[in-house]
Design a protein around this ligand. Structure first.
Ligand SMILES: [Ca+2]
Length: 350
């Protein structure tokens, strides 16, 4: 959906409210309408009214941070708030799915098949990225699949417009203002043409769905063309995702954790309530086993693990290792991290 929530309408809405409540409409109407019309005739660009004023302040701040005038012209001259973004921001559905339902929704059999196919098609590149960053490729492909359906669905919102909308009119405007300024820095550095800077309605960009701050922290130029292109260059997408995990402490060869079985006598709820990690050996002594009832592998004894019950006491139970907490940094949702982890396992065990 294209924008139709004009700044003019934003500017006029409070005026109507004022007119309706005024006892002497005429006295209020004249100067107020003059002001609005004056703003319209002074430029005719979308930078009028309250949004225009706000944008002016943002532009000044961006200039102070060293962003070139040319970049600001190209990115901000025609920017407008997007009504669809406001609508999506205001109508976030309550999450009512159980983890098991979410998993069926997010990693159906077709996605697992695609993940395996993408994994083998990109084997050479993925191995090179693994060698450089120390992150197993099945996790990169799993993140890529879940974040953007392997690069086919990165969102078609203009990141600059979406972030400007949320910074101007959203519920977390300080956060989005900072992300917008970072998006301008990314354009200023020449990584992407603003017209190709596409992402989700909330500003998550490209095939890795990085917010601009994540881009500046973690994105890398793996193919050596000088641009960190997480939109169109697969080498950069994979390397950026790997660099994210590596920077946050990924431990190669340690896995994410595993699904476990608890004996009937085991109080899983009480155990899950203890948030401090315990060594796997302690969990084995407490009675947790592999799904077939065999002991947890002693090779993993020294790994620190927490118990995760995404659907509570009656649902599946997982031991989460340090790498699980690294993926949590990417997205603080147990559902998300478990879906990525399970998909990675399915890719590896094909
Ligand atoms: Ca590049």
């Amino acid at each position: 959906m294209r924008p139709n929530f004009s700044p003019l309408r934003l500017a006029i809405l409070p005026l109507f409210a004022l007119l309706l409540s005024a006892t002497s409409a005429q006295a209020v109407e004249e100067p107020a309408l003059d002001m609005s019309l004056g703003e319209i005739s002074s430029g005719g660009s979308p930078g009028n009214g309250q949004f225009g004023q706000w944008l002016k302040g943002l532009r000044e701040e961006a200039a102070k941070r060293g962003i070139k005038t040319k970049t600001l012209d190209v990115t901000l001259n025609n920017v407008q708030p997007l009504d669809r973004v406001i609508e999506l921001d205001r109508t976030q559905p309550e999450v009512t799915m159980t983890f098991v339902q979410y998993l069926e929704h997010i990693t159906p059999a077709i996605r697992v098949e695609q993940a395996r196919a993408r994994f083998s098609e990109n084997q050479q590149l993925l191995r090179a990225v693994e060698k450089k960053f120390g992150v197993e490729p099945e996790f990169i492909v799993a993140l890529w699949g879940i974040e953007s359906n392997f690069g086919t669905n990165m969102g078609d919102f203009s990141v600059i417009q979406a972030l400007a909308t949320l910074a101007y009119n959203g519920r977390r405007s300080d956060y989005f203002r900072e992300e917008l300024l970072k998006a301008l820095i990314i354009v200023d550095q020449g990584h992407i043409e603003p017209g190709l800077m596409l992402g989700s309605w909330a500003g998550a960009m490209g095939q890795a769905q990085f917010m601009p701050s994540s881009f500046l922290n973690y994105a890398v130029d793996h193919n050596g063309d000088g641009r960190r292109d997480i939109w169109g260059t697969r080498a950069d997408v994979f390397a950026s995702a790997a660099n994210y995990l590596a920077t946050e402490g990924w431990k190669h060869g340690e896995g994410w954790g595993r699904r476990v079985l608890a004996p009937l006598s085991f109080d899983v709820e009480a155990a899950a309530a203890v948030k401090e990690p315990k060594p796997v050996s302690a969990w084995r002594k407490a009675g947790l086993t592999l799904m077939d009832g065999s002991p947890l592998p002693s090779a993993e004894d020294s790994r620190m693990a927490t118990l995760v019950l995404p659907d509570g006491i009656k649902g599946p139970a997982f031991l989460a290792y340090d790498n699980y907490r690294v993926i949590m940094h990417w997205n603080r949702s147990n559902y998300f991290v478990l879906a990525v982890s399970q998909l990675a396992d399915q890719i590896r065990n094909q």
